[in-house]
Design a protein around this ligand. Structure first.
Ligand code: FMN
Length: 169
């Protein structure tokens, strides 16, 4: 059975909560969840399929744990990995940088050869600009626990269903 590694960076716990919900939607036996804080490149290299989650801080900046992981990020062999992304942000508080860190993370792994799946065409957002939003779609699942927490469960279920199809699970 395919084993999926889910690594998240979370400052206040919102991305961690979403990670747990994603694991539940997949089935706990398939997805192994861990914080990126304290993880190593070797840990990530253990998995062929990874789900990476991050919140956005500053104005469109990396979440702290992902910022600290940059050196390790370069040590992962992305060329043989399938990667799905999810990002937490605040579309009303930060409408010009909504979930930007997901876009930053996407660009690093894509440039290093990862096959990115889980592009998200979900609707119902209200923001000005996001570097994670390209050609009308997000590079991964965008979640807003600050303003749209009531939509999180349904968004996760729909995204995971699509991901299961893409991964042939
Ligand atoms: C100081 C500060 C800066 C933030 N900057 C951004 C931002 O640039 N873009 C965005 O979409 N969200 C931004 N946010 C919102 C967080 O990403 C959001 O609250 C997220 O759910 C936090 O997740 P976490 O608890 O997993 O870290 C910011 C929040 C704070 C408090």
């Amino acid at each position: 059975m395919t084993e999926i590694g889910l690594y998240y960076g979370s400052t206040m716990g919102n991305t961690k909560d979403a990670a747990v919900q994603i694991r539940t939607a997949f089935g706990t036996d398939i997805v192994k969840v861990a914080s990126i804080a304290g993880a190593t490149a070797e840990d990530l290299n253990h998995f062929d399929v990874l789900i990476l989650g991050t919140s956005t801080w500053g104005f469109g900046d990396w979440q702290d744990d992902w910022a600290a992981f940059q050196r390790e990020l370069a040590q992962v062999d992305w060329s043989c990995k399938t990667v799905a992304l999810f990002g937490l942000g605040d579309q009303y508080g930060y409408p010009d940088t909504f979930v930007d860190a997901m876009g930053l993370l996407h660009d690093v792994v894509a440039a290093r050869g990862a096959q990115v799946v889980g592009v998200w065409e979900g609707q119902g957002y209200d923001f000005e600009s996001s570097c994670a939003h390209r050609d009308g779609r997000f590079v991964g699942l965008a979640l807003d626990a600050d303003n749209q927490s009531e939509m999180t469960g349904a968004r996760i279920r729909e995204w995971v269903q699509g991901l299961r199809g893409e991964l042939g699970l």
